[in-house]
Structure formats: C-alpha cells, structure tokens
Design a protein around this ligand. Structure first.
Ligand code: ADP
Length: 169
C-alpha cells in the first residue's frame, strides 16, 4: 500500500508546533501608567511580533492583587507590593505566541531595574524593584493562570493577524 509520506512527516510537526503556542500575562503597573509609559511598553511587544489577545485599563482590588502574588505572601515587601499594585490603574494584556513567556521576560529584564540590561523595559525605564513598571508571567503555567485570573470570559480574543505570514514561516 502506498503511503503519503509528506502528510506523515508534516502533520506531527504541525501538531507539535501548535502545542508550543503559549500565552503570557503582561501588566503595566500603576507607576508605568502614571508615568505615561503605556504606549512605549505596548509598542515594544507589538514590534517584536507577538499577538495581542487581551487589553484593558483596570483598577485592581486588594483581593485580586493578593491572589496574583500569593506565592510572595510572607515576604517583607508583600504589603508594600499590594499597596503599589492597587495604588492606581494598571494595563492588563494577554500576548500569545511560540516562546512568548521567556521572550517577554527577556524584553522586560530582571526584577531589579539597576541590574536589568539596557535595552530591556525595566533597564531603560525604571530604577527600583518596588517601582519596576511591568509584570510578566514567569512560566507557561503562570501565563495560563494569570490570563484566566485577570480576564473574564470573552475579553480574550482569538484573531488572525494579517501580518502573520511575514512573522512566522
Ligand atoms: P518578577 O516581577 O521579576 O517576576 P518577583 O515575582 O520575584 O519578580 O516579584 C514580584 C514583584 O514584587 C517584582 O516585580 C517587584 O515589583 C516586587 N518585588 C520583588 N522583590 C522585591 C523587593 N525586594 N522589594 C520590593 N519589591 C519587590
């Protein structure tokens, strides 16, 4: 019997590549909003080529901030962190793509802005850990959890960017 080798080779590859599409939760923190950095920050992700699937300006409650940062409960900076995150509106974003979680962390830079490389968002735009302008999920699992935590059903939109063939071969 003749087999169509092409489909045998191509299909698993396609399935594997589909499985690697991750989502990450990115948030411009209240200092970034107050300092007028929203456009600059969104622009860096747009230029990189990832797909925006959710976006809103939002006043975070204490309960939501505590849930989001529950792994840090008990740290000395936790109360200050909750106060910071709830001190004004944040911009919530969901971004999607292959490798988006790790790549977004690179665009963002390390937690301490004084140690963050120039060229990164924190490295270019901030000086203190407690005012480091942006959040990004630390793993694909966190990305899923955080997008579900911050966005309601229907707020995350599936769409096909017209430029996709110019970004993904
Ligand atoms: P990241 O946001 O880089 O993933 P963490 O998850 O460790 O970092 O911490 C979450 C946030 O808590 C940081 O982005 C920062 O705003 C704040 N934070 C962390 N460590 C400190 C600290 N030592 N002092 C003040 N704020 C801190």
């Amino acid at each position: 019997a003749s087999t169509n080798n092409e489909s045998f080779i191509f299909l698993p590859h396609l399935v594997a590549s589909l499985e690697r599409v991750d989502q990450t939760y990115i948030m411009v923190k209240p200092d970034g909003v107050q300092r007028g950095l929203v456009g600059e920050i969104i622009s860096r992700f747009e230029k990189k080529g990832f797909k925006l699937t959710g976006l809103k300006l939002f006043q975070c409650t204490k309960d939501l901030a505590e849930e989001h940062y529950k792994d840090l409960k008990g740290k000395s900076f936790f109360p200050g962190l909750i106060e910071y995150i709830t001190s004004g509106p944040v911009v919530c974003m969901a971004w999607e793509g292959v490798g988006v979680v790790a790549s977004a962390r690179k665009l963002i830079g390390v937690t301490n802005p004084l140690e963050a490389e120039p060229g990164t968002i924190r490295g270019d735009l901030s000086i203190q850990k407690g005012r480091n302008v942006i959040h990004g999920s630390d793993s694909p699992e966190s990305g899923k959890r955080e997008v579900a935590l911050w966005f309601k059903e229907g707020e995350v939109v599936e769409w096909e960017p017209a430029l996709a063939p110019w970004l993904i071969e």
